[in-house]
Design a protein around this ligand. Sequence first.
Ligand code: F6P
Length: 480
Amino acid sequence: MLIVVSNREPYLHRTAEDGSVVAEPTTGGVAVALDALMRDRGGTWIAHGSGDSDQLVCDSSDRVRVPPDAPAYDLHRLWLTPDEEARYYSGFSNEGLWPLCHMVHVKPVFRAEDWEAYCHVNRRFAETVAADLLDATTPVFIQDYHLALVASELRKLKPAARIAIFWHIPWPDPDRLRMCPWRRAILEGLLANNLVAFQVERDRRNFLAAIREEFGLEAKNGTISLGGRESSVIAVPIGVDFDRISKTSRDPRLLVEKDRLRRDLRVATPVVGVGVDRLDYTKGIPERLDAIDRLLTETPGLASQLLFVQIGVPSRSKIESYAALEREIDERVAAINARHGRGPADGPIRYRKGSLKLRRLVALYQLADFCIVSSLHDGMNLVAKEFVAARHDEQGVLVLSELTGAAQELKDAVIINPYDAQGFTDALRRAISMPPDERRERMRRLRRVVAGQDVFAWASQILENLERVRGRRLWSGRVA
Ligand code: F6P
């Protein structure tokens, strides 16, 4: 039994054109990874109900059993007013914390009204957890930057709760963190968790440096003591549900799906590349399109041999920087297709907006000779790991930005720097012309890494650490 808390829900319900209510999985690494865990462990997942028909399917206590096809756990939905959503989610979380934590040259915006809403919504999440937490030994596992204050609020209601938070995105260095007027409250909120976990050592180090700068506190064996409470700080990279993706990739029905996809995307070239991203300015999509453009310009004849499929999942579109990115990508794709193909919609780039169901996604990964992940900064990037998990044929080349957390584990990818336009282009050329033996050898090693640190290993490491931390606290409490 486990309580998971996140802003994004794993499934939303919406009313289709024929009037029926349909359930859809949401996109984004957090939802997909945690759904696998909850299917396995059961329990309650508390999240913002954001589907237009979410309320219709919930019982009187705002719950619905999910996944819809094989119910395994409770989704407890919390409702936000449009104003709360605008200020807490779009405002403080995504116009403030998101650009603060990612080095992408987008200026963070911090408004006092957004901060107030953030505090208020975090309190509401904490109250919802407290109502569900009937047994104090049930672990509470909070996700990400939207919910930095939930632990401190929950402690007021349930002092003995066992709480961990996983920070899925990068943690900024102390100089950058100083841009946030409310950084001390955020750090205190995080230290109310028994366990604070990051993706990679670099983030953990930056967090401990911030604690030193702001409170003059040093960690002892990775543990910080503040106000009589101990908080352990660790780094554990998140993974994907390797077995599920791998199984899907071997399913005989995948052949039909691949044929359908080839037809839908009009794939007729010997070389196919793929990119799958939320439409976010951290993902380096314009830089990727530029590298492809340059490759086609430098290599006469390649335009008729190469198709690059870009899947873009619209995200946070109410925020101007995201809307501007969507426009920029539309323009670049049209320009490249006009330059190297027969027109804006018929050239070497096929751009499709929207998310894909698992089987179609795996089919797409398998159609591809290479996959590009070119983030300018990324906590982990699970697309890189999904691509590897989907390649049981040990084919396909992963082209991966060195500015992702994933690059610290996936050393056998072709590593690129998205800021180095020529280097990126040369790396694409290398990926396309890599000898089959080298391709196979690299993919084999990559698969070993991705299988070895899957989402279940990640969750176990965190929950076992939470258990250990709690043991230590009880013991020291008795001595005191
Ligand atoms: O992985 C980072 C993250 O912000 C998650 O917390 C989030 O669910 C996902 O990206 C998708 O973003 P959003 O929930 O804003 O659509």
